[in-house]
Design a protein around this ligand. Sequence first.
Ligand code: G3H
Ligand code: 13P
Ligand code: ZN
Length: 328
Amino acid sequence: AFITLRQLLDHAAEQGYGVPAFNINNMEQGLAIMQAAYKTDAPVILQASRGARSYAGDIMLRHMVTALVEMYPQVPVCLHQDHGNNEATCLSAIRHGFTSVMMDGSLEADMKTPASYDYNVDITKRVSDAAHWVGASVEGELGVLGSLETGEAGEEDGSGAVGKLSQDQLLTDPDQAVDFVLKTECDALAIACGTSHGAYKFSRKPTGDILSMATIEAIHKKLPNTHLVMHGSSSVPQHLQDIINAYGGEMPQTYGVPVEEIEKGIKIGVRKVNIDTDCRMAMTGQFRKIAQEKPSEFDPRKFMIPAMDALEELCRDRFERFATAGHA
Ligand code: G3H
Ligand code: 13P
Ligand code: ZN
């Protein structure tokens, strides 16, 4: 059944687990994620970016996720707008059956320019009012996602460069977070703690100076009843880098957020864990492998089946490690 983010994360907080939010663009991703949720008896957040909505189309996405819910009646599903950039994006998502929206007012609507605090409060509050009138949930974001090593933003929704960021933009301020949640009435809050989008997050296995669990802890202390969201939570596993590179890929060595750090985060208030890059890598590794091992193959299903299996395995692992398993 469809549920809202608020319903799901309230339960997760009560029971002390985290919920992965996997990005979805097509049927194969949907089938693999749902199969993993079903097998581990886990609820799930399926999130669609603006890019996903224009790739698949709103009508296709709505019917696809409705079909998945019908195929897996045991699995609670939250359909969430990832990185909404303005009111129109968020409200049209709700109209298309999304039960939750992210209003990312940390950047202006172009998703390139860091926004002022007042802009962020105002737009998030407006979306919050409208969404709550019709029973949908809202995630806000305070702080700008980016690397503490380089000051670069990574790929905040893939739409372009944000430019150099200062350390205080890159770590959410706990006192400001309290004010933000009070003023906007958002259900969940995305925070900046050193993670960034995409595969190239860290140049080495991250330590406390570049991945600030202390920031999460400080925010959770001041806002114990707010559900915290960790964006850029792909772990960029070495074995997935190796598969891609073994079959003709060229990914320079890189480091993501170790799963054990996310597990620590869940213990200190992280409830929603956003993962896209790992899912992409799991599938693409298999596309490359089949293409190289079976050059005569041209049936797309022969590429999709191992790719779905690899994605399912990744999702199952995250459901188990985040303790989502068993909570459907
Ligand atoms: O936040 C970024 C997500 O990975 C979505 O990426 O905008 O390319 O669909 P996308
Ligand atoms: P990754 O690029 O680390 O998978 O992050 C995805 C994300 O935060 C989507 O909002
Ligand atoms: Zn994100």
